[in-house]
Design a binder for this molecule. Structure first.
Ligand SMILES: CC(C)(COP(=O)(O)OP(=O)(O)OC[C@H]1O[C@@H](n2cnc3c(N)ncnc32)[C@H](O)[C@@H]1OP(=O)(O)O)[C@@H](O)C(=O)NCCC(=O)NCCS
Length: 260
């Protein structure tokens, strides 16, 4: 794959009504979910992932085409792509939150993972959360944001650091198996005209993951690249997706907890 990384968001309301856009393997996986929330989230991540993959390789997005583009998972949970049953030479990362999902697609590298993406909503986070999951330096930064920007500043800062950690831990292909304090986030506030601002995540082993973050409405989006990538540009936005800034957070599964 030749393109530099690109991203896309899709709201739950844009998902096709049927399931013909899933492969047999994906349908079999879907059938294993008993809880509507898990099922909806899995579907939504497949939807955005396939749509983004189709866009990045110039394929159409009809059901038949999307069914040939599979979003599968390693035993670790990390996603990978197969096109007509053959492993694709690209890396993908997926995330969803409150009825909206995002995908980041880019060239595969030589290591386990080249990129990670995470989507969060700015929501209340307690003092205990900040104490338990953030490093001392990160906690100090969140406290400083409360002093300078009030309660909103605290919530945004705490959720942003959490998201950045998840993005980097997805690059590492470990996710939240790792202690969140084994990676430390450093945020830069200087937003570019396109909405992206730089950030860096450093691991206790000295790896440095360059990344970017943005705030769109109630959503916080972070992306991280593999250590040693240098100073890459933010991913370009693909066409055909949902505008995050205008997307309404929703929980469509509420009241329908189990699959009938
Ligand atoms: C990665 C992780 C932190 C994301 O959780 P989350 O914030 O609740 O959910 P998000 O929507 O942001 O991301 C979910 C996606 O993360 C990706 N993911 C899961 N594990 C991953 C890993 N080890 N490395 C990279 N990406 C991973 C998957 O693509 C997943 O979506 P999918 O299952 O539909 O393919 C979490 O899933 C995790 O810690 N996973 C590893 C541990 C685990 O429980 N594994 C279960 C093995 S099946």
């Amino acid at each position: 794959m030749e393109h530099s990384p690109r991203w896309l968001a899709q709201h739950e309301a844009t998902m096709p009504a049927g399931l013909a856009w899933l492969s047999e393997r994906e349908q079999a996986r879907l059938d294993q979910f008993r809880f509507t929330k898990r099922r909806t989230e899995f579907l939504l991540r497949r939807w955005v992932g396939k749509y983004a993959l189709a866009g990045s390789i110039g394929w159409p997005t009809d059901d038949a085409a999307l069914a040939r583009l599979e979003m599968l998972n390693h035993l670790t949970g990390a996603p990978y792509v197969e096109i007509d049953g053959v492993r694709g030479d690209m890396d993908v990362s997926l995330s969803d939150r409150a009825g909206t999902a995002v995908a980041l697609v880019g060239p595969a590298g030589t290591g386990p993972g080249t990129l990670g993406i995470d989507l969060e909503v700015v929501e209340p986070r307690s003092d205990g959360f900040v104490r338990d999951f953030l490093t001392e330096a990160e906690a100090a930064w969140v406290h400083a944001r409360r002093a300078s920007h009030g309660e909103d500043g605290w919530q945004e800062a705490a959720n942003l650091l959490w998201s950045a950690k998840e993005a980097a831990l997805k690059v590492l292909r470990v996710g939240l198996r790792a202690d969140t304090r084994t990676v430390e986030v450093s945020i830069d506030d200087r937003r570019r005209d396109d909405g992206w601002a730089p950030m860096t995540v450093t691991s206790v082993r000295g790896e440095v993951f360059p990344g970017w973050w943005r705030r769109d409405g109630v959503f916080l989006l972070t992306i991280a690249y593999a250590s040693g990538t240098g100073a890459p540009e933010p991913p370009a936005l693909m066409g055909g997706g949902t505008d995050l800034a205008a997307a309404t957070p929703m929980h469509s599964w509420m009241g329908r907890h189990t699959v009938q």
